[in-house]
Design a protein around this ligand. Structure first.
Ligand SMILES: [Zn+2]
Length: 276
């Protein structure tokens, strides 16, 4: 998981975001929390094919790494508008642009309405709701859903690599913090999204590392041989189009680590690659 950058807003995008505010107002106008949960679900189902959401999908796609990869697993093509704070728990954010990511259904589906929040005093609450479980009619002002902040890392507003480190050889994520809330958040994110549980993701990260290191080696060779610019550019493109963007980010970050002499030498021979 990497930090995602916001796109430049076009007129089309600004119009779509204004429409979303109007959609959200319709949901917010319902009196009780339970009614707002139902209204959010109904409105999302009926309006997710409308033009404003189609524009939003294009904006989210432009924020994805590689060829439109899921912002969580970075493996599959993203095609679901993902609500960071689940819409079944937070109907007031069902059309909130800041609550959107773009994900694959393998990540979006199992996440569902599983969620944990932390309070200012450090307590952590599981606020998940089972799919068929009815929501409470009203939330109290001190309900963890009202006061809590998500444990799940949000790549739109923080850098997941401040919390997570990828073991390039093993293909698994490890927690960077050693204790406290930051550790809880890292562990929760890895577990909720199944980042280490899904064997194909682990193997794909290992393969991506081998391929990226090899292609970078070819790039350096072609550069030294004075090859055609197009041939050199093709190597760069092969790297930036790879899935599992975190692998590349970690190759750059870990190039000075023990045992990475080959990687370090490649980046020294091609320092421009540090900006890809
Ligand atoms: Zn995914």
């Amino acid at each position: 998981m990497i930090h995602v950058c916001l796109p430049v807003c076009s007129d089309d995008a600004e119009g779509a975001l204004a429409e979303l505010v109007a959609y959200q107002r319709d949901v917010d106008n319902h009196a009780s929390y339970a009614e707002r949960v139902k209204a959010a679900d109904d409105a999302w189902t009926s309006r997710r094919g409308n033009k404003p959401i189609r524009v939003v999908r294009e904006m989210l796609l432009a924020m994805c790494s590689g060829l439109g990869r899921c912002m969580y697993c970075e493996d599959s093509r993203a095609h679901d508008v993902e609500h960071v704070r689940p819409k079944a728990l937070y109907p007031d954010l069902v059309f909130a642009w800041a609550n959107f990511l773009y994900a694959c259904s393998d990540c979006n589906g199992p996440k569902g309405a599983k969620f944990k929040v932390h309070m200012r005093d450090g307590r952590i609450f599981d606020v998940s709701r089972k799919r068929k479980a009815p929501p409470p009619v009203q939330l109290t002002v001190d309900d963890p859903l009202v006061l809590g902040e998500p444990l799940l890392l949000d790549p739109r507003c923080e850098d997941p690599l401040d919390f997570l480190r990828l073991d390039l050889d093993m293909g698994v994520f490890e927690e960077v913090p050693s204790a406290g809330l930051a550790l809880e958040r890292a562990t929760f994110t890895i577990d909720l999204l199944g980042l280490n549980e899904r064997e194909h993701l682990v193997e794909a990260r290992q393969d991506t590392f081998q391929t990226a290191e090899s292609v970078l080696g070819h790039y350096v060779s072609l550069k030294h041989e004075g090859a055609e610019p197009a041939a050199i550019a093709a190597k760069r493109q092969a790297i930036v189009r790879q899935p599992h963007r975190t692998v590349w980010e970690e190759m750059k970050r870990q190039r000075h680590a023990p045992g990475r002499a080959k990687l370090r030498a490649l980046f020294e021979a091609a320092p421009e690659a540090l900006h890809w």
